[in-house]
Design a binder for this molecule. Sequence first.
Ligand code: MGD
Ligand code: F3S
Length: 819
Amino acid sequence: MTFKRHVDRLPIIPADARKHNVTCQFCIVGCGYTAYSWAINEQGGTSPSDNTFGVDLSKQQAAMTPNWYSPSMYNIVKQDGKDVHIVIKPDPGCVVNSGLGSIRGARMAEESFSEARSTQQQRLTEPMVWRYGQMQPTSWDDALDLVARVTAAVIDAQGEDGLFVSAFDHGGAGGGYENTWGTGKLYFGAMKIKNIRIHNRPAYNSEVHATRDMGVGELNNCYEDAELADTIVAVGTNALETQTNYFLNHWVPNLRGTSMDKKNAQLPGEAHPPARIIFVDPRRTVTVNACEVEAGKDKVLHLPINSGTDLALFNAWLTYIAEKGWVDKGFIAASTNDFDKTVAANKTSLEDAAKITGLSVDDIRKAAEWIAQPKDGGARARTMFAYEKGLIWGNDNYRTNGALVNVALATGNVGRPGGGCVRMGGHQEGYVRPDYPGGKPAPYVDKLLLDGKGGVHHIWACDHYKTTLNADKFKQTYKKRTDLVKDAMSAVPYGDQKAMVAAILAAIGKGGLFAVDVDIVPTKIGQDCHVWLPGATSGEMNLTSMNGERRLRLTERYMDPPGQSMPDCLIAARLANNLERVFREMGKPAIADKFKGFDWKTEEDAFMDGYHANAKGGEFVTYERLRAMGTNGVQEPATGYENGKLVGTKRLFADGKFGTKDGKATFMATQWRGLEAPGKEEESKKFAFLINNGRGNHVWQSAYLDQKSEFVMNRWPYPFIQMNPDDMKELGLSEGDLVEVHNDNGATQAMVYPTPTARRKQAFMLFANPMGVQGNVVSPGVNELIIPNYKQTWADIRKIASVPGAARGTSFKSWEYKI
Ligand code: MGD
Ligand code: F3S
């Protein structure tokens, strides 16, 4: 019996099983998988002709064989209304993961909706509307009519600024080019909505504005560059847990020295010293630990920086490297602007940087040497710079991002093999939309909602209650505003739509807010919404997305969506159709006409209207061509279609031309200015603990699927908070105790996980968890472009309960491994 999976024997995949290309729907890495499906009353056999692997399964298979699958990769789902077996297993032929799975992706099958095996029964299956004091199922026509009438009336009364939108802007689950185009065409094409925000932040903006403004698009290298680099610089990224197979399949081979053949073949005529890695992270992560084990401690330099002080470190690197003359003069002259000006403006001594960052002068200098000191024989060092949320969701995002790109440009490490200055990324991407019609900075949408602005709120796959800053206050206000509307709706208890709309509008007039939640599961914010519209997710629709090296793939639809749920692009289209009808009925034909062009019947129609017609290189790309490219797809932008294959772009800026008007990358003046978001400095002084926060390996995002996974909930019944054992002693805490984390912004709770490597007074809490929302204690402070600062949060901690029942079986062993 496999533990917790309620199955004692798994069927063999038959030789004639259907196969579908799948890209893991979770993280940015986008590992390739294959979905095998076959009739429920059949199974394969052990002889080679009877199974999909074509091998004799009655014999013991070799270690690391791909001829098997684990219980988590199996389920029974519906295909064209009939039950079928399904196995979703990693594809050994995909160059991204070479057959590796992760603890998240290898559970895609068991996290699918199955009536036969009762998995993900939480999924929304029908449109639901607030009626008779609770959410009640209804038809699409009925639900969309109400949404369209209220939306149109609010726009009529307040203009388009009265419609607030929260929307995903990603690929993979809950996104894809189809769905970002669907919502984008609706809100930026048919309408010009300015009060819109993205799923993880309170405004509509790029998280990496600076690098773009410098002309250096953020996903500029390929995963192979991590195998070719002499040094990897990892800033605020915990790749083992968050980009698992990119790390395992591309970083580790270089650190182990097993990518030497590739280096010699692709970069002949230069020395290839053993790969080294520098980490900039206030905490020791399991990624640091893994690199020490794989590469040896002497090749790993962990810089446990004072939280939020990265910028000063990068400026010191630039200063030191420039002084030493370790810069790429030819590249700087031919492909950049403002180098000398920037070096002068950002001048920071090693000593000053040491004071600010808490690091030693020697370590800062050593890192600069690893980054830029020419190799034996004089060749330029190949250094790859990778950053993610420790920088992006940290202090002074814009300048810190710019300061790191300065170092990469100065050392000529953009557009070259073994280089790159890239964000690691979060989820896959699938961005194609008309331009955002608002200004820069974009409005701070959450603040406007708190201030009582807006009459109607459309939410697409976002859950602010778990994933925003200042979440405690947001929740309180949002609930009050939406309750006003709920009470008004409850007072119109029968199906008089006209009276219902009038009551809702009257409540909006008193400060109320009408909220529509489009999602695949019931969410926390959904509890305070008035309409739920059920979306389909990856695998239940055809969906395209690109990964962190711009690799575009088609995940083919391999199962039916639950109940009446449908792809978000088609929900957007049906909403547009209804708005057109309602505006016409209101006698406003000119406005109604703006909603034309949404007659899509399938997600492929949305793809052709969006990506094919609008994306760079999109004219070459169709579903049929992508299907033929399998799990390896094509790296964007596509540049042609030759001999039956799409041709793509391995690295951006390889020709030394950048994304600015004159084609030159621009260095940026980025002086240190302390903790920049309002209130952070005071908070750091007032409260005892840094509440550093982020991801953990098992849990995907806000646990929207994992909250109904026994496997994950047994491991993490509550969000963990890692604490130094001496801090625990001081507060009288034992492992597994529940603590309250509290400051002036709000409070939340978590389960204590003793972590001897944690620095004193520096805790690390799992973010966005339904059982304890870390965002409750994050201040509303943002940077000048409304980028939130989640990481720099300080609070006090107090015990509230000894190990609760659910935590009693939990292991509190060290996460570190040794060989
Ligand atoms: P985080 O844990 O948010 O993850 O991927 P990461 O950015 O790797 O933060 C990374 C590190 O930033 C932490 O180790 C933290 O200690 C460090 N940090 C905190 N403050 C500072 C600072 O001041 N300076 C520096 N240099 N570092 C600091 C995020 C990525 O993960 C994203 S964006 C998404 S959307 C995906 N989500 C996700 C998930 O939910 N679960 C898992 N398992 N993987 C995921 N992958 C993706
Ligand atoms: Fe999935 Fe691969 Fe990430 S399996 S979660 S894409 S590392």
